[in-house]
Design a protein around this ligand. Structure first.
Ligand SMILES: [Zn+2]
Length: 222
C-alpha cells in the first residue's frame, strides 16, 4: 500500500509515496508524475490570468494531470473577492469541462465557496485542502458533497482531532502541503486518531483516491 499525498508542492521522491504535486500555470514544469494545476488566489495577476487559464486547459488534458487546483478564495488577501470569484468560477468551469476534481484553497470564504458550487452546479468532486475549522463547518461541507483533506493543522492543532475523528471514511484525504514533516507522519497521527492501523488507513485513502482522482493511464501502481 502506498502513502497517497493529494497535495504537496514538492515531490518526495519516495517510491512508497504517491504524490500529487501542485503546479502553477506561470511556471509549469514538464513531468511524468501526477500533478494538479491551478491559479492560486494569492497569485492572481490581472494581466496574465486569462493566458494562464489557457495553460491550465491544455494541461488538464494530460492523463497525469489529476486535478485542477489549488484554486479558490482567500478573504485575507488584497485581491478583491469579486475578482477572486471571477477567476475561481472560470477554473471551476474548466474542471467541469474536462471532468477533473478540484483542490480548493479557502480562507474565511467557505460560504462563498459553497454558494459558487451550487450556483454553477459543479458535479466534479471538490476537495477542501488543509482544513483547520470546526466540526460544524466540516458537517456543512460534507452535506454539500465536498471532500476534506487534512495535513498541516492535524499535526499542529490538537483540537482538530475531534473533527477528524468524525470524518466519514469515504470523504477525506491526507496531505503535506508545505510542512517539513513527511506524509508518513500525517498517516501515523491520523491512524492513531481513527484508532486503526496505518495499512487500514492507506486502504481507506486509496479507495477515496480511486473514486475521486481518476488516473487516465490506469497504470495499476496502487
Ligand atoms: Zn498548497
Amino acid at each position: 500500500m502506498k502513502y497517497i499525498n493529494i497535495h504537496t508542492h514538492e515531490s518526495s521522491g519516495n517510491p512508497a509515496v504517491l504524490d500529487v504535486v501542485n503546479q502553477y500555470p506561470s511556471s509549469f514544469e514538464q513531468t511524468d508524475n501526477y500533478f494538479s494545476i491551478g491559479i492560486h488566489p494569492w497569485y492572481i495577476n490581472a494581466e496574465t490570468w486569462k493566458q494562464e487559464l489557457n495553460v491550465i486547459e491544455e494541461k488538464l488534458q494530460l492523463k497525469n494531470c489529476l486535478a485542477l487546483g489549488e484554486c479558490g478564495l482567500d478573504k485575507r488577501r488584497e485581491t478583491p473577492i469579486e475578482f477572486q470569484l471571477e477567476v475561481f468560477e472560470a477554473q471551476l468551469l474548466l474542471a467541469e469541462k474536462y471532468q477533473k476534481p478540484v483542490i480548493i484553497h479557502c480562507v474565511a470564504a467557505f460560504q462563498e465557496v459553497i454558494a459558487t458550487k451550487i450556483k454553477l452546479k459543479i458535479s466534479v468532486p471538490m476537495v477542501i485542502h488543509g482544513f483547520s475549522k470546526s466540526q460544524e463547518l466540516a458537517a456543512q461541507l460534507l452535506k454539500n458533497d465536498f471532500y476534506i483533506s487534512f495535513g498541516k493543522y492535524l499535526i499542529k492543532n490538537p483540537e482538530l482531532k475531534s473533527v477528524f475523528e468524525i470524518m466519514p471514511n469515504n470523504r477525506f484525504f491526507l496531505e503535506t502541503d508545505t510542512i517539513q514533516e513527511g506524509i508518513e507522519e500525517v498517516y501515523d497521527l491520523a491512524a492513531k486518531y481513527k484508532n486503526i492501523d496505518v495499512v487500514t488507513l492507506q486502504q481507506i485513502v486509496t479507495k477515496n483516491f480511486k473514486t475521486v482522482f481518476k488516473d487516465g493511464r490506469m497504470d495499476g501502481t496502487l
